[in-house]
Design a protein around this ligand. Structure first.
Ligand code: PMP
Length: 353
């Protein structure tokens, strides 16, 4: 008799092996072929389904990598406290891993983030400390507050996702090689947005090495971030702002610095295009994504068009819309940002909140 797993695979369902605990379920995410967009571009566009990580986002990988690194270096001992500054997803990943490993978790975050993320962190037992959203140069910035707090209590570690290269390293060891295997080495380009830069730098470095320099690596940047300008002109210029959460950066973080000179190009993606494709992906592919993923897909589509017919471009589907639905699917909220009109008319029916 055919095993249940093999029978599931035959019917086209994903198959999963047994894993040990929460940590064991992080990574090895599927690579989704985005059918409709690929047809429209005449290319192969894939999204790495990072929303399938057990904590719901790409940042589960970084969370586990940062905690494993702190343990290995002897910075974190049983009963210790993990402190981080995060826009949300790293905090959610850390809160899960801390629960699973028995650590306390303290999260400093800018008070501009969605209520869903704050609520979830609290439900996961984290001590959440929203602070005013001020620039990195300001000592009251959430990252500096996280560092200072960790330094002020015993057996605590500030995981420092922006400048601790254990973050990019975990993507170098896992995300990049997974994409390489899943595409059987046929990947012309990888593109994604960056917050810490860990995903882009680690995955990009792995793919460049595995392809002997053939895979191009591009940045898709939201307005208000300096990276696209830096890649294209060498200047840290920024203009405008964006509704996307968790991406966009005002400086070259240490994670980004490990790789930025090898980046082949960058696009700035306006919020109108992000919102339009977010609704289109829901309508045509049945995938319910957060705004950074939608922005990544815009970038992948534009890059595929640039590289030409038959090219293969991979991007990251960083998290689902569940974390932002009170904003992204609210007519009123979108109108307040001038973005409701960006939804194609036949798709406005999805903005039900
Ligand atoms: N998308 C979302 C939704 C995120 O939360 C983040 C991280 N803040 C990113 C993308 C960017 O990932 P990275 O920090 O690895 O650049």
């Amino acid at each position: 008799m055919m095993s249940v797993v093999r029978a599931a695979a035959r019917r086209g369902f994903a198959t999963q092996s047994v894993v040990k605990g929460f940590d064991g379920a992080i990574g090895s995410t599927p690579l989704i072929y985005l059918k409709h967009l690929s047809e429209r571009a005449g290319a192969n566009i894939y999204g790495k389904a990072e929303f399938q990580n057990p904590g719901g986002s790409v940042k589960d990988r970084a969370a586990l990598g940062l905690i494993n690194n702190a343990e290995k270096q002897g910075l974190l001992k049983p009963g210790g406290t993990v402190v981080e500054g995060t826009a949300g997803n790293t905090g959610i990943g850390l809160a899960h891993v801390c629960r699973a490993k028995g650590y306390k978790c303290v999260i400093y975050m800018p008070n501009t983030q969605s209520q869903e993320k704050i609520d979830l962190l609290k439900m996961l037992g984290a001590d959440v400390r929203p602070v005013p959203a001020v620039a990195f140069e300001n000592p009251a910035n959430y990252n500096h507050q996280a560092r200072e707090y960790a330094e002020s209590i015993p057996n605590a570690v500030w995981t420092n996702q922006f400048d601790n290269v254990a973050n990019a390293e975990v993507h170098y060891e896992t995300t990049g090689p997974e994409i390489w295997e899943q595409t059987e080495g046929k990947v012309d380009a990888f593109i994604c947005a960056t917050g810490t830069g860990g995903t882009l730098a680690g995955t990009g470095r792995a793919l460049k090495e595995l392809s002997k320099g053939k895979t191009q690596v591009w940045i898709a940047d939201p307005p208000g971030s300096v990276l696209a300008a830096y890649v294209n002109t060498g200047k840290l210029d920024r203009a405008g702002g964006s509704i996307t959460e968790g991406i966009g950066q005002g400086r070259i973080t240490d994670n980004m610095a490990t790789f930025v000179e090898q980046v082949d190009g960058a696009f700035t993606v306006p919020d109108e295009k992000t919102i339009s494709i977010l609704y289109e992906l829901l309508d045509t592919e049945g995938i319910y994504l957060g705004a950074s993923s939608a922005l990544n897909v815009v970038g992948a589509f534009e890059l595929a068009q640039k590289l030409g017919k038959g090219s293969t471009v991979v991007t990251v589907l960083a998290d689902g819309a569940y974390r932002y639905q009170s904003r992204l699917f609210s007519k009123k909220w979108l109108e307040s940002k001038g973005l409701y009109s960006a939804i194609p008319d036949n798709l406005k029916k999805y903005a039900v909140l």
